[in-house]
Design a protein around this ligand. Sequence first.
Ligand code: DQA
Length: 145
Amino acid sequence: MNILLIHGPNLNMLGKRDPKLYGSMTQAELFEVIVDTFPKHEFTFYQSNYEGELIDVIQNSLSEPYDALVINPGALTHTSIALRDALELLTIPKVEVHLSDIDSREPFRKLDYIQDVVNARFMGKKENSYIEAIKYLTNLKQSIK
Ligand code: DQA
């Protein structure tokens, strides 16, 4: 599978953020774990701190041969209707991932604009949230075949 993985604001600072919530890996180490865990998949990683740039990447992905999207929008999860509308354009399977459990944190993190435009959400398991999400996409692809 050809998977696009998108990271939103502040996820480039993994390794420096609260390890109790986000684990201690850097973003580069996290991406390495993902590639090593799924050697048969091809990954394109993209991170931006800018909402509009993330929207451009999502729109541009329409003309690329991606089979699935994994997105951790960071705090834009709780604020961005524009990101949600961009995601709605994609017909490939989409999963939302969070390192922390956004439902058991501050009340403002319970608001999730993305959840009803993705196939599934994986959260609260640090890097394992990503592993579970990609296993889900792999199984989904196999069940469609
Ligand atoms: C996050 C959760 C968000 O609430 C937060 O703003 C982040 C990271 C997570 O992966 O747990 O930046 O998306």
